[in-house]
Design a protein around this ligand. Structure first.
Ligand code: SF4
Length: 338
């Protein structure tokens, strides 16, 4: 890693960048000294983006320095996929986990997709292989397979349709027949039951973050804040979803909060989401209580992003077989259409 002292910025450039960072990160308790330390790195990353005609896409579970320091767009899997499909940039740097970067490659195969943290996987994606899907299809002939976007590209290639947490019920209902194989999240499959008109055959994957939440902490926080609105991700257990005011995707949460008159919210999802909204929504709304870190998402750090942009290692450049891209694209097109 290049010494930060070797980055060639004037004192006034660093001071201005420090102030820019502080104006956003103050809401999540970053101080001026810490912003000053990262300022040369964010300056250099943002300079390199222009030089490379690159954009940085960041998932909402990334840390605030990534989202507000260097990202051009932050959002959920669907929003990131749409950005990846529509950008004119030559290179997409993906601050997130592998299946997301693979989805970007499927949607924009001609672009260079860089994944600064190549070992950032996902417990859901890793719970199922393409061979598992082939076996499910063999055991359930003619039943369509809907895969959650949190799957590897070769699993998507074996699926009929792909969905996100925001459109899972719609995509399942759009499939022919009265049964659907839904992979890989068994908790999401359970949560979908009330919203679909089909029998769901589920796989047994879980998200190691969302399976941690329980109704107890929600009930405890409600005692302190009777006006608390609880927003749960569909990857949570149905015990949690059933006592929440809203259940859905992280961008669904954003929409709900913007339309709500309430002031206190509990986001039952990865910690980064509350931090993102603490910055974006200001002091009028408070985000309380729930926080579990995703060890995969948190592998991305500013110095790693900078190093990857300057000199990407082979394992940081996302490549996929043409055949996998073509077949997975069919499934992803259904996700994008709903
Ligand atoms: S939060 Fe859960 S679903 Fe998201 S990347 Fe981490 S392990 Fe996977």
């Amino acid at each position: 890693m290049e010494s930060l002292l070797e980055l060639d910025f004037s004192r006034s450039e660093i001071d201005a960048e420090t102030e820019r960072l502080l104006s956003r990160l103050d809401a999540v308790h970053w101080n001026k000294d810490t912003c000053a330390i990262i300022a040369p790195i964010t300056l250099e990353i943002n300079r390199l983006k222009k030089e490379m005609n690159a954009i940085i896409l960041a998932h909402s579970y990334q840390t605030a320095d990534i989202i507000f320091g260097i990202a051009d767009f932050a959002g959920d899997s669907l929003g990131l996929s749409r950005e990846a499909a529509n950008t004119d940039a030559d290179t997409i740097i993906f601050c997130g986990v592998r299946f997301m970067a693979e989805t970007a490659k499927i949607l924009s195969p001609e672009k260079t997709i860089l994944l600064p943290a190549p070992n950032a996987g996902c417990s859901l994606a890793e719970s199922i292989t393409a061979a598992d899907v082939r076996k499910l299809k063999e055991d359930n002939p003619g039943v369509p397979v809907v895969c959650y976007v949190n799957t590897n590209a070769d699993v998507k290639a074996e699926s009929h349709a792909c969905c996100t947490s925001g459109n899972a019920a719609e995509v399942v209902n759009a499939q022919p027949g009265d049964k659907v194989i839904f992979i890989p999240d068994m908790l999401m499959a359970k949560n979908l039951e009330a919203h679909v008109d089909k029998e769901i055959i589920a796989w047994d994957g879980t998200c190691i973050v969302h399976e941690e939440f329980s109704p107890g902490s929600i009930e405890a926080w409600r005692k302190f804040h009777p006006d608390l609105k609880v927003l749960a991700h569909l990857e949570c257990d149905s015990d949690v979803v059933d006592i929440s005011d809203m259940a859905g995707s992280t961008e669904g949460m954003v929409k709900y909060i913007k339309q709500s008159d309430a002031t206190h919210f509990m986001l039952v999802t990865e910690c980064g989401m509350s931090d993102r909204l603490r910055v974006e929504m200001g002091k009028d709304r408070e985000f309380l209580g729930s926080c579990v870190l995703c060890p995969y998402m948190k592998q991305v750090e500013l110095p790693i992003v900078l190093e990857c942009m300057k000199s990407p290692r082979e394992d940081q450049i996302v490549t996929l077989d043409e055949d996998i891209i073509r077949r997975a694209k069919t499934a992803i097109d259904q996700m994008m259409a709903h």
